[in-house]
Each structure stands twice: as C-alpha cells, then as structure tokens.
Design a protein around this ligand. Sequence first.
Ligand code: DX5
Ligand code: ZN
Length: 222
Amino acid sequence: MRVKIAPSILSADFSRMGEAVKKCEASGADFIHCDVMDGSFVAPITFGGQMVKNIRPVTKLPLDVHLMIEHPQTQIKFFADAGADIITVHVEACEKISPNYLRDTLGLIKSYGVKCGAVINPDVSEEKLFPVLDMCDMVLVMSVFPGYGGQKFIDSVLPKVSSLRAQAAKIGKPDMDIEIDGGISLKTAPMAVKAGANVLVAGSALFGAEDMAAAVKELKAQ
Ligand code: DX5
Ligand code: ZN
C-alpha cells in the first residue's frame, strides 16, 4: 500500500501556523494532522474548531482531526462546520459514557458528510475497534500515550496494527487506512509500515528536520 504522511501541527510554531501548513503541503504531505486536546482527556489544551476553520483555506490537503477530548459528540458539529475532512475519536473517551456512544459518535460524524475513525491508546486492545470497523474510514493506533509530541515510540503496539490489518481484510476492507501516531521517525516508520500501517503521523521528526520535503520523501519510501 502507498504510505501516506500526516504531519502533526502540534509541533509547529502556533504563531506562524499558516506558513507551517503551507510548508507541509509543499513538502509532499498527504494530510494535515490536527491534535485537539481539552485539558481533561489529556492534560494539555491545544486548540479547537477555530484553528481548523482558519487553516482550512490555507491548504487543499485533507484535515485529519484527532480529538483527544471527553464527550466528543458535543464538538463534532464545530469541527465539521470548520472544514474537517476526517474526525477521529478515542474509544476510551466514548466507552466511559455508554456502550453505544462510540458507534453513535461515528454515525454523527458521518451525518455531516465527514469521514470518521476511532483511536486506541497504547494500552487498549485493538479488539475494541472490531465492532466499529465497518463504519470507520480510518483507525488510529497510538504508539505513545497522547498529550505531547516528541515521545518515544512504543513498539509493543505493532502486533495490534497487524491484527487490525487482518481484521479489516476479513470484513472486506483490505485497503482501510490504518494510521499510527507517536514517535514516528526514520527508525520506527519501517516497523510501523511492515506491521500494516499506511498513514504515518509525524510531528517532531518532520518539524525538526532540516529539510521537511526530504524527510517526507524518506518516510514515504518505507
Ligand atoms: C500525541 C499526538 C501526536 C503527536 C505526535 O498526543 O497525538 O500527534 O503530536 O508527535 P511526535 O511525532 O513528535 O511523536
Ligand atoms: Zn495525533
């Protein structure tokens, strides 16, 4: 499968966000990964729908909005209206509300004509995603505990990626996007791709690179 790159703007200078997004596009990225944090599901607060709305006209790339927030249903409309192309929500935030909350949230995202996906933390079984794979355009496996860029890749999540790739094939979606997020670098990307991931989120590895375009190209070559 073709490897797609999703630079995380969490690693950008927020005072120059437009330029950062343009640089990602010019560097050959496939998505702009927007890390939304609420200060509750994860400790830091990053940004909300207004940021997504402001970067929407700056790029043609799809905006991949990763919601690290409690009660995601309350925010879907804002991000859909802001121009998100895909919204992903955490299984852990949904399951503490009710058993149907995840499925209902994915349905709500779709009702706005936006692609949807579900995310699992490094310590959560991929089997929690199986019941909603039919609805998901993408699944996201966290390879760090969310909250901060620049953390070390947790390689024990790799078998979950392989298991998800097998399960996706089993339900007739062999090409489903499987995204991996956290600690992706030239060293860890080959392992992630070999396991079955085809969308690589990278923050510090890309924004810290001397030549972002070269780094995107090298990550894609895995
Ligand atoms: C972690 C975020 C990631 C993060 C990735 O909470 O979801 O998207 O920004 O950053 P790196 O690539 O530096 O691990
Ligand atoms: Zn993310």
